[in-house]
Design a protein around this ligand. Structure first.
Ligand code: NAD
Length: 322
């Protein structure tokens, strides 16, 4: 939590503006995306307000959601255009941005749907619809903008995970799986994009929104309104921000960084490595007194355990990966 003096430092920070920047925000007709659209526009960005305009559970479509936000921004002297495609047709969204303004600096993959389904009741359709919007939608928009950003040597990507993606929730196996996928996608692109000036980060929001049952007026008054999300998004997507591959929980004025932590290792070599000995030693796996936090891209924890500092020599596959 911030201290008083830290708050003073923060208020002294220069304004993070987006003059001449083009920001594409998916699912910006409601909730968190709408708050992003307003905040980026207020800071000078030209905003593509994408929204299919369906229900929270992904039924139907309605152009009025995106149109209303564009009208609000335009009335406040900001610059925005509406786009009504589904994110699964990401190339059309990016094409619309390029046709209007010739560039895309920031893509925020925010569009989302939610509907609980007990796993016993899961159908192929309920599973696939959830994965299509969150995983394929984020993939399709990002894939479409990727060559453009790499060619220009600049880009900021933001992915939307969830506490359900980090920690899971019963009756949300489909949503939890889709939101966990956002972490892998964001981090892999952070690694691939770094040499091209493209940075990727992920948020796990906690916010009043249409999805969580609040209308626009209630969201504006809420102690966990989407305005809080917008401030973190602005910071992460600004040109001066070096953050890359980060994961953050955010809401209600709080921001936390999320990391993976490893417990103390249980080492049982050769014949000692039996299920019975693992059962006896399992308490060690609860010992986080000296946690190890693997860095972004450090996917070789066990390789290091086994081979020590020369672990790389033992993995031919690394030559292909690098
Ligand atoms: P919301 O329902 O208020 O807004 C989501 C918007 O996405 C809607 O306007 C909807 O029409 C749009 N959308 C849905 N499917 C689309 C598609 N295929 N193409 C284009 N637009 C589409 O919900 P929100 O709470 O603002 O959610 C924003 C994101 O944050 C989602 O990804 C959601 O899963 C995630 N999230 C929200 C919370 C929370 O506490 N509100 C928590 C965790 C994650």
């Amino acid at each position: 939590m911030s201290t008083g003096s830290k708050q003073a430092e923060q208020s002294a920070a220069p304004g993070l503006t987006f003059e001449d920047r083009v920001v594409v925000i998916t699912g910006a007709g409601n909730g968190i995306g709408r708050a992003y659209a307003h905040e980026f526009a207020r800071r000078g960005a030209r905003v593509v307000v994408n929204d299919l305009g369906g229900s929270v559970d992904g039924e139907g479509s309605d152009s009025s959601a995106a149109d209303a936000v564009v009208e609000e921004i335009t009335r406040a002297n900001g610059h925005a255009i509406a786009n009504h495609q589904s994110v699964v047709e990401g190339e059309k969204i990016i094409a619309a941005a390029l046709a209007e303004w010739g560039r895309v600096d920031v893509l925020i993959n925010n569009a989302g749907i939610a509907y609980p389904t007990a796993f016993a009741e899961m159908t192929a359709e309920r599973w696939q619809t959830m994965l299509d919007v969150h995983i394929h939608g984020s993939y399709a928009c990002t894939q479409a903008v990727w060559p453009h950003m790499c060619e220009r040597g600049y880009g900021r990507l933001l992915f939307t995970s969830s506490p359900f993606g980090l920690y899971a929730a019963a009756n949300f196996a489909h949503y939890s799986a889709a939101k966990a996928a956002m972490l892998g996608l964001s981090k892999a692109l952070a690694l691939e994009g770094a040499e091209h000036g493209v940075q990727a980060n992920a948020l796990a929001p906690f916010s009043a929104s249409r999805m969580t049952g609040f209308d626009n007026a209630q969201q504006a008054d809420s102690p966990f309104g989407p305005r809080y999300l917008a401030q973190l998004a602005v910071w992460l997507c600004h040109a001066d921000t070096a953050e890359n591959g980060g994961v953050f929980e955010v809401g209600g004025g709080y921001v936390h960084r999320v990391r993976n932590a490893l417990s103390r290792g249980l080492h049982l070599p050769d014949d000692e490595h039996t299920a019975e000995n693992i059962a006896v030693g399992a308490a060690v796996l609860e010992d986080f007194s000296e946690p190890v936090y693997p860095a972004l891209g450090e996917s070789w924890t066990i390789g290091k355990d086994v081979f020590g500092e020369n672990w790389r020599e033992h993995f031919a596959v690394l030559e292909d990966a690098e």
